[in-house]
Design a protein around this ligand. Structure first.
Ligand SMILES: [Cu+2]
Length: 296
């Protein structure tokens, strides 16, 4: 599997969108930039990890609500924190009809990533599809703020993944701290997870994640969605989206691995990247979050 994936070329002017973000509460992503991206781009962006790269794209992957002839319909969700409800949406085809024909990709028809625009509150979940094509999942917001919702799927009969995104605002008091330049260690659910390697512009970067618990390496990583780990990489600012799978052979049923998982990620630009590593141990899925910065 070719795990090297690029986010795609920078759109001119996009550079203005980040760098200065994240120090101002509530202003992590200038909404005007997201709106412009959403309004202007409606072109296909192939380039999921195994689909080769997408260096020709004028707009990065995962910053538009329409791509490849599909559009993410309005996202319905609870309007404020703490109230239990449902998050739902449709993927609409060019005729405006909900898409009901999906190819399986990493054991699922659709992967839903939800993250607050400061990179916190990350969730990677798999909603259920009703016969009419509506995707639904029970939902409670834990924190107020502005969120990005990413739907990552492969339309039936297609070989290319599509990533569509929208912004959802959640009412309530917002506390946003500054995002650090670098976070290489994370403690999640009793696991200590570290990431080694550096991002390099325009080249494939090898990133190795190691999992330990109580000081001992964890060598019992289980296959999760067809891999020993998944890495979602979001570019700080526009939250351009990259989903990377490990190097090496896919897991066999019953096989376990660890304590390290190695990825090859190709990021196109300098800047700060938010990384989320999903892994599974003893039947439970955990997510470790990191921050890496690329100087050039
Ligand atoms: Cu998924």
């Amino acid at each position: 599997m070719n795990t090297a994936t690029r986010l795609g070329l920078y759109a001119a002017g996009l550079a203005l969108a980040f760098g200065a973000a994240f120090t101002v509460a509530g202003a992590a992503i200038p909404k005007t930039v997201v709106a412009e991206r959403m309004a202007t781009a409606a072109q296909a962006h192939g380039g999921h990890d195994s689909m080769g790269d997408m260096g020709d794209a004028a707009v990065p992957h995962g910053v538009t609500l329409a791509a490849g002839g599909y559009q993410l319909g309005p996202v319905r969700a609870p309007a404020e924190i703490g109230s239990a409800g449902t998050l739902s949406f449709t993927i609409d085809d060019a005729a405006g009809h909900p898409l009901r024909d999906y190819a399986m990709s990493h054991d699922q028809e659709l992967h839903l990533i939800v993250v607050r625009t400061d990179g916190s509150e990350f969730r990677h979940v798999h909603p259920e599809r009703t016969p009419d094509g509506t995707w639904t999942i029970p939902w409670i917001w834990r924190a107020a703020g502005s969120y990005r919702v990413f739907a990552d799927f492969v339309p039936g009969g297609s070989a290319d993944s599509v990533t569509l995104t929208r912004t959802v605002d959640v009412a309530g008091p917002v506390t946003l701290g500054p995002v650090p330049t670098e976070v290489r260690t994370a403690r999640v659910d009793g696991f200590d997870v570290t990431i080694a390697g550096d991002l390099r512009g325009g080249a494939s970067s090898e990133l190795t994640v190691s999992v330990a618990k109580n000081g001992a390496p964890v060598a019992t990583l289980q296959p999760y969605l067809g891999a020993f780990g998944h890495l979602v990489v979001l570019r700080d600012g526009d939250l351009a989206y990259l989903h990377v799978h490990p190097k090496g052979a896919d897991p066999q049923p019953g096989q376990v691995s660890g304590p390290t998982v190695t990825f090859a990620a190709e990021t196109p630009s300098s800047g700060r990247y938010l990384l989320y590593f999903d892994f599974k141990v003893d039947g439970a899925v955990h997510t470790a979050a990191f921050v890496l910065s690329q100087d050039h």
